[in-house]
Design a protein around this ligand. Sequence first.
Ligand SMILES: [Zn+2]
Length: 235
Amino acid sequence: MEQYELIWKYQQVDMELERYEKEMRNNGNRKELIRYRDFLLEQQNALKKIESDVDIMSDRMEALVDEVERLTKSVSDIRSQLSTNPPQNHEKAQELVSTVQKLLAKISRYDGEIAKLRKDADSRDRMQREVRVRAAKARAEFDRIKAIYDEEFKEASKTLEQLKQKVAAESAGIDKSLLEKYATIKRHSSPPITRIREGRCGGCNMQLPAADMNKIRTGEPYVECENCGRIILVK
Ligand SMILES: [Zn+2]
């Protein structure tokens, strides 16, 4: 058999293999697993975000609690000063009272902020639990589908292996350089071997130039497409 007839036959099984590989990639359970995997990653990121929010919140809360403690101490210091060492005049007394009022106002503001932070932290806790529950459900579903898919994949791999062996068997007797050329063309134009169709390339439909048509008339079994690089068989 002529080289170009052999490679044409080779292409049939090679394309069959390619279709099968594509079919494997498009497996419904495989796609479902990818969706679940992405979802689980999202949940992980959500948890990380919540954790970092909580860290920031607890740092702020700690600082506020310290500050409230410090201010409370100042208030009690002033109060004890008022009783042990009462101010000499009305003006001085007024000044101390006003200082205490300002401190108490500040304490109350900080207490308010602490209460709000506690509430936010509680709601983060709830969110965290919800995310964990969602993630656990998704994980269980992922595992369930994975078990089914693993079986499907095992079966499909057997078929794939058979097809690969078939392709290898078909390559017997074909020149190595021709097989290499086939692989090179396939990288940009697939299938790489085509047939002539009313003076046009069967792959890209480009009109063949006069020079190629002349070659064909003188009995050339094939030409190469100037446009897509495919090998165009004449017969
Ligand atoms: Zn072409």
